[in-house]
Ligand binder design. Structure first.
Ligand SMILES: [Zn+2]
Length: 258
């Protein structure tokens, strides 16, 4: 994958690049930024691999995400060390999800390697499942190491009590695709969206959107957080279904922290 393009898919638009709006471009567009993909019809996940040679891994990849998390191997894994700081609330609707771009300086450390937090975004319903059970929402915290290695933390949300942190995002989420908005005087700390139990699943996967690049380190938190029914519905009203179907595990092993 070309680094410049990949950066755009990771939401590095905050760093100065242009923003891709798939909805604004015809399907015949030829550059990677402009290829229309989505979740229904001719541009739905089962066709992603046919939409562009750059999307081939979506079809041919053997380490694709999401997966059903079961039959895991329990290990005494090293802990995930979250070092997240508050960031001004910079939010975009990129046509595929609501995304919050993070100011540089927050990081995840695993086995001594540091991954900088770039952005987080939402899927409805969840993309991963635990023993065949989906959740109402899944939040993806996308990180990149200095060497360019990707690590994504997945957090499930299920219907329950009102979530004030999510609400601060929902209150300003753009209804239509549009460039990044900075909300004056509002900051957010994604660490407040982490579950209290820090056990997690770990496996090697991919991006869940085109170009479906592999060699992504996945950490999916086992304990879901909660959001009210109304909050789930508020997101679902904008994105009724922005989740890729489950992918085959193939020969991969899923680890579960003890
Ligand atoms: Zn995602």
């Amino acid at each position: 994958m070309y680094r410049r393009h990949l950066l755009k898919y990771l939401g590095a638009s905050a760093l100065g690049g242009a923003i891709a709006y798939s909805r604004s471009f015809p399907a015949s567009a030829t550059t990677l930024d402009q290829i229309h993909w989505g979740y229904i019809g001719a541009a739905s996940p089962e066709h992603w691999g046919e939409l562009s040679p750059d999307f081939q891994l979506c079809q041919t990849g053997r380490q694709q995400t999401p997966i059903n998390l079961e039959d895991t191997t329990v290990t005494e894994s090293e802990a995930l060390i979250f070092n997240y700081h508050p960031t001004p609330l910079k939010i975009i609707n990129n046509g595929h999800s609501i995304q919050v771009n993070y100011t540089p300086g927050s990081a995840l450390t695993f086995k001594g390697e540091s991954f900088n937090l770039l952005q987080f975004h939402f899927h409805h319903p969840s993309e991963h499942q635990i023993t065949g059970q989906p959740f109402d929402l899944e939040i993806h915290l996308v990180h990149r190491s200095q060497a360019g290695k990707l690590a994504v933390v997945g957090i499930f949300a299920q219907t329950g009590t009102f979530n004030p942190v999510l609400q601060s995002i929902w209150d300003v989420m753009p209804i239509q695709p549009q460039p990044e908005q900075i909300t004056a005087n509002t900051s957010i700390n994604v660490s407040q969206l982490l579950p209290s139990d820090r056990s997690f699943y770990e496996y090697r996967g991919s991006l869940t959107t085109p170009p479906c690049s592999e060699d992504v380190l996945w950490f999916v938190m086992q304990q879901p957080i909660e959001a009210s029914k109304q909050q789930i519905q508020q997101f679902a009203a904008l994105f009724p279904h922005n989740s890729r179907p489950l992918q085959p595990l193939n020969s991969r092993t899923v680890l579960h922290s003890s």
